[in-house]
Design a protein around this ligand. Structure first.
Ligand code: DAH
Length: 328
């Protein structure tokens, strides 16, 4: 009996060592330990033995059975471990390989500029307002103290839609809409698209402005200057030199145009128009100019983006060239 058992163990040891897959291992296991496997057969034959022989033989068979079970158990974990090691080796990622460029969406430089400007003014208590791109002559001109035959109408190369409607040439009409709706005191900015029939390196038929308006009881030109100085310092992240040049707008008195000094260009560049809101404009929205005063300004957002990012041709902002846009 012991000889037979030793032979089985020896064969099992040899054959188990050669098996490479868990599937083959399961098949081999059936040969030794299955219902009609060799060891099971031996156990069945015990019945034919005498009682005292049976006990000793049973113990011998069980020892071998446990040894064979251990063989299969150990081989199975070896095979699994090997498979895991191989899989890990195959899945190794070489972090030094060049990445395939994954085109990522970016914000348009104008969007970023507008959001920066809005954030800065919001932090100073200015609410963001908006108005329609298609305006009436009444809002775009009349209410802003630009009468019918005023040269300023001709100055702005307007796109007319019909006798009363036009594409707004400026964001200033938002002042009127907002004061009519909310009254005063008021403090807002209104960024948006404006349109003029004009096109060259520094003009496009559609461009962007941001209107500002602040009306209250004791507003002064000095406050306007302080506000703008603060805004430009923070927008450009450096101490900016501003120059207020006396100018003319029908809806402000006095009026000024503001230039910023650009050391890298060694030049003053115009960035906005501003002034104290004209009494006629306040009367137009039923505000008593003896009680309320305030300032307004309108800045070119495209110009601001160009200065901030060092863009030289305004038209490139609207050309939808990915190569250009992906720089920002
Ligand atoms: N609307 C003017 C323009 O488009 C800019 C402007 C100037 C706006 C003075 C204002 C202002 O609010 O006070 O040229």
């Amino acid at each position: 009996m012991q000889q037979a058992l030793d032979a089985i163990l020896a064969r099992a040891t040899e054959e188990v060592a050669q098996v490479q897959t868990t599937h083959d291992l399961a098949q081999l296991k059936a040969v030794f330990l299955g219902k009609s496997g060799e060891i099971t057969q031996l156990l069945r034959q015990l019945g034919r033995l005498l009682a005292d022989e049976r006990k000793a033989a049973g113990a011998q068979i069980n020892i071998t059975k446990q040894a064979v079970q251990a063989l299969f158990f150990n081989r199975e974990s070896d095979i699994k471990e090997l498979a895991l090691t191989e899989r890990l080796a195959a899945e190794t990622i070489d972090v030094t390989l060049p990445v395939s460029p994954d085109p990522m969406a970016r914000l348009h430089p104008l969007t970023t500029t507008q959001e920066r400007a809005m954030e800065l003014f919001s932090s100073m208590g200015f609410r963001v307002a908006s108005g329609p791109d298609i305006e009436t002559q009444a809002y775009n001109f009349d209410a802003l103290n630009i009468p019918e035959n005023h040269p300023a109408r001709a100055m702005q190369d307007t796109f007319y839609i019909d006798d009363t409607h036009l594409l707004r040439t400026q964001t200033s009409p938002v002042q009127i809409r907002e004061m009519r709706e909310h009254g005063v005191p008021i403090r807002l900015i209104a960024p948006g698209r404006v349109y003029r029939c004009d096109s060259d390196q520094t003009h496009t038929p559609m461009f962007h402005q941001m209107e500002g308006l602040m009306i209250d009881k004791d507003i002064t030109f000095a406050q306007l200057k302080t506000l703008l100085q603060h805004f430009f310092n923070r927008f450009f992240d450096r101490e900016m030199r501003l120059r207020f040049r006396a100018s003319y707008f029908p809806f402000t008195e006095p009026s000024a145009e503001v230039d910023v000094w650009m050391p890298e260009k060694n030049a003053w560049l115009e960035v906005l128009g501003c002034g104290m809101v004209h009494p006629n404009v306040l009367r137009e929205v039923s505000v008593d100019p003896d009680e309320y005063v305030g300032f307004a300004f309108g800045m070119g957002l495209d110009r601001l983006a160009m200065l901030y990012y060092g863009i030289t041709d305004l038209r490139s902002l609207f050309a939808n060239e990915l190569a250009f846009l992906s720089q920002f």
